[in-house]
Design a protein around this ligand. Structure first.
Ligand code: PLP
Length: 361
């Protein structure tokens, strides 16, 4: 196998090499049983053990309290945009949404199909360069929940701390789940598509407070009710077995490294290196996000001209750095440095950035 490149992709994204190697073995011959992992019945005792272990590790690593269900769903993170309001809101009920980027905008659009949606904060007119401080908006106390995207993958902004409100929180943590500790007890729902920070595409992890399962309107189709999946431990129908297995392996890896606290320290170190490189470049590189809103997961920046950005990405690719082109709605460059991204790759990129700036300044 050739040397692994440094994969800065925003998602699907880099996974720990040891997880990929183990999966390569298990996919052919699971636990030496003479049958491949993806050939196992989802109701076999072997696969049930895989799913149970994955859930146990998720609970342990994120500190999920009793009274919450952990679900493994399909349809991507995007299906949660409608499932949440469909299950939690009635037409005349209010929910508050913070508009901090593409993913919150899409969630707001869907939520409006189901209830009264209030948006007391939007950074859209600033091209989503920031997330709000607590004193920049008020949450209508009649809200059923406050919805926010903890890390804005495309724009590279992140809530440094969770919003302070008495209203129940609901969060899309697709791109920063397991990157730092969270107090799950403040949330009604936390969800995340696996393909950024915990596995391959195909499974969405939903952590939901059990009392919310009972709120559902009986007109909701069976597959779209959280209650259906909660009641059958995500085995109402065939779950995404391979993706669940991989998430479990990533959880093992994370636990061995010291869990989310250790991960947070690692992630800060990586992000600080990159932001220092940007800030100390004499204006050659400019961060897209305002400093107080900077993400530890997705570092977005621009160069003096589009041509330089094109050369930057091309030369970087030649040197083994992949996935640095920014999202089309921001332009510029984006370095996604999720949990599994190695510190060494960030150090190498920082060196490359300094050399590139020197050559073109
Ligand atoms: C990638 C992403 C999504 C969309 O995920 P899909 O699984 O493709 O639907 C939603 N929210 C955030 C924050 C994301 O980063």
């Amino acid at each position: 196998m050739p040397k692994r490149i440094y994969n800065f992709s925003a998602g699907p994204a880099v996974l720990p090499e040891q997880v990929l190697r183990q999966a390569a073995i298990d996919i052919v011959n699971f636990q030496n049983k003479g049958i491949g992992l993806v050939e196992l019945s989802h109701r076999s005792k072997e696969f049930m053990a895989v799913a149970e272990e994955c859930e146990t590790l998720i609970r342990e690593l994120l500190g999920v309290p009793a009274g919450y269900k952990v679900l493994f769903l399909q349809g991507g993170a995007s299906s949660q945009f409608f499932m949440i309001p469909m299950n939690l809101l009635k037409k005349n009920q209010i929910a508050t949404y913070l508009n901090t980027g593409t993913w919150s905008k899409k969630a707001i659009k869907e939520a409006k199909l189901f209830g009264q949606i209030e948006v007391p904060y939007s950074s859209e007119d600033l091209n989503f360069t920031r997330v709000p401080r607590d004193d920049e908006y008020t949450v209508n106390p009649a809200s059923e929940y406050l919805y926010f995207v903890s890390n804005n993958t495309i724009f590279g902004t992140q809530f440094q701390k969770m919003p302070a409100t008495d209203v129940m929180l609901v969060s899309d943590m697709s791109s920063d789940i397991f990157s730092r500790p969270v107090d799950v007890s403040r949330f009604g729902i936390i969800y995340a598509g696996a393909q950024k920070n915990m596995g391959p595409a195909g499974v969405t992890v939903v952590i939901i407070r059990e009392d919310l399962l009972e709120r559902v309107d009986e007109t909701i189709p069976t597959m779209l009710k959280y209650k259906t999946h909660a009641k059958d431990d995500s085995m109402f129908n065939t779950p995404p077995c391979f993706a669940i297995y991989c998430v479990g392996q990533v959880m093992h890896w994370l636990k061995a490294l010291g869990g989310v606290e250790a991960m947070e320290a690692r992630n800060r170190k990586k992000a600080n290196l990159l932001y220092e490189a940007i800030d100390n470049s004499g204006g050659f590189y400019r961060g897209h996000a305002e400093k107080e809103s900077r993400s530890c997961m997705n570092v977005t920046f621009t160069l003096p001209t589009k041509d330089l950005e094109t050369s930057f990405v091309r030369e970087a690719t030649e040197q083994g750095f992949d996935g640095l082109k920014g999202h089309r709605s921001v332009g510029g460059c984006r370095a996604s440095i999720y949990n599994a991204f190695p510190l060494e790759g960030v150090e190498r990129l920082v060196d490359f950035m300094a050399a590139f700036a020197k050559k073109h300044q």
